[in-house]
Design a protein around this ligand. Structure first.
Ligand SMILES: CC(C)CCC[C@@H](C)[C@H]1CC[C@H]2[C@@H]3CC=C4C[C@@H](O)CC[C@]4(C)[C@H]3CC[C@]12C
Length: 451
């Protein structure tokens, strides 16, 4: 294989430089009051590294097998990154309290959009989970818990299961991120079905997340776009919500925009949903929306005055259209994003929620499974700003995983997943991973030693 990368040598200069101002920065970021909205150390500057300088050596390789230099990482495992879907769980709790199915669908749609909001500006690569790695998130105050497991290494598949503590809902699924290098960008298709079940209403909703594209891997500033059609189906009523995550387009006018509608099983349109996945989502009556759109078109809009995106060999700069969503009179606000903390840019553009994911509180030790990624030494070292140790530990863990795989191959032993089993989605029939149950009984027998 091609591990040409020698982290210790490459980073030594960088480390000295960053260390010299580390103390002051750490003081600045230490928040004794909350203790939660900050990381122990700011990130290394990536200015001296070009993604392309590295990626060009990898042309033609299967992207999931490429080991990127750790400086492009963020100190979270992919399992933790997908747990960010849960940031706005209050929307599901609220949906459970509503008696009208169209109103519930509005909140489920808002939840589906909000689930991918934290991806905005998050161009750091999470650590690939090791086979058998798990992540538990217990949020008593928000009334839910979640467990995820890396169930396959090649292709990488992560399965998750979450439920409310009062048995009102469960939200589960699996993600197989299929990556493609498209010249100037990396496109990630998050294959896998999201299923939301609301027990009191005997309802199940399913959808698939939009595509995610990381632009400018050759040159320029990295930026993230999410696009594609997301169809949320209520399998009990036949209601559907069709959401269009718009690609940014020639003039950047559509950047981050989401637009769609809710229809019942006879295809009657009930509500229009509009907004931006980076900002907020509204719902409105279709008639009012159409009238407003026509009026806007008549007045000429303003699309043409924006800079045209450059083609050819140049970087695809993120259009600097920073327009906020205009609220149409008569709309209902369904969801608004929480502002990022002020020091977010020096901390991998994490949200407050993301900042808390790797916390290892004293009460968790001996309670979370020994496979939990909070116990991964490489991620921990990177979070603490020790990128040399992070890189060495990452290599050690990956090598340990390879040795274990070879041993299994020798003994003709199959890997067995611990908390999930392969199966089909009850509602769509698609291939899926089904939670076997039992994680929260905390009788962790037979867990692999992966760290
Ligand atoms: C530095 C460059 C070259 C590599 C970094 C690529 C990173 C940013 C890519 C690789 C895999 C991608 C992820 C693949 C799948 C999903 C699930 C989806 O529902 C939300 C986006 C999310 C979580 C993507 C976010 C961006 C991502 C983490």
């Amino acid at each position: 294989m091609f591990l040409i990368f020698k982290p210790t040598i490459l980073f030594s200069g960088l480390i000295n430089r960053t260390h010299s101002n580390c103390e002051t920065i750490e003081e600045e970021f230490y928040d004794a009051e909350t203790g939660t909205t900050t990381l122990p150390a700011p990130m290394f500057s990536r200015n001296d590294f070009s993604v392309w300088g590295f990626l060009k050596k990898c042309i033609g390789m299967e992207l999931s097998k490429i080991t990127m230099p750790i400086v492009f990482n963020e100190p979270l495992s992919f399992l933790q990154r997908i747990t960010e879907y849960m940031e706005h769980t209050y929307l599901i709790h609220k949906a459970c309290t509503l008696s009208d199915s169209i109103e519930r669908m509005q909140l489920v749609a808002a939840f589906a959009v909000s689930a991918v909001a934290s991806q905005w500006d998050r161009t750091g690569k999470p650590f690939n989970p090791l086979l058998g790695e798990t992540f538990e998130l217990t949020r008593d105050e928000e009334g839910y818990h979640m467990i995820s497991e890396q169930v396959s290494h090649h292709p990488p598949i992560s399965a998750f299961y979450s439920e409310s503590l009062n048995q009102d809902f469960s939200f589960h699924g699996s993600i197989y991120p299929k990556l493609k290098l498209w010249g100037k960008s990396v496109e990630a298709e998050p294959k896998g079905t999201m299923t939301l079940e609301l027990s009191k209403h005997r309802e199940a909703y399913t959808w698939t997340n939009p595509m995610c594209c990381v632009h400018n891997v050759i040159l320029g500033k990295l930026w993230i776009e999410q696009y594609g059609t997301v169809e949320i189906v209520n399998h009990s009523t036949g209601d559907k919500c069709v959401l269009n995550f718009k690609p940014c387009g020639m003039f950047g006018k559509e950047l981050h925009r989401v637009e769609g509608h809710i229809q019942d099983k006879s295809k009657k349109k009930h509500q229009v949903i509009y907004g931006k996945w980076t900002e907020c989502v509204y719902s409105i009556e279709p008639k009012v929306y159409e009238v407003n759109k026509k009026a806007e078109k008549k007045s000429g809009g303003d699309s043409k005055k924006h800079k045209q995106s450059t083609g050819g060999d140049d970087a695809d700069e993120m259009p600097d259209v920073q327009e906020t969503v205009t609220m149409i009179p008569g709309s209902t606000l369904l969801w608004r994003v929480a502002p990022r903390p002020p020091h977010s840019t020096q901390m991998y553009n994490f949200t407050n929620f993301a900042m808390t994911l790797n916390e290892l509180e004293p009460g968790m030790i001996g309670v979370i499974a020994p496979t939990d990624c909070r116990l991964r030494p490489d991620i921990r070292a990177m979070e603490n700003g020790d990128i040399d140790t992070a890189s060495q530990e990452k290599e050690r863990l990956e090598e340990k995983q390879r040795v274990a795989r070879r041993e299994r191959a020798k003994d003709e032993e199959e890997w067995s997943t611990r908390w999930f089993q392969q199966g089909n989605n009850r509602y769509t029939g698609a291939a899926d991973w089904i939670y076997k149950g039992g994680y929260f009984d905390r009788r962790y027998s037979d867990l692999p030693d992966i760290y």
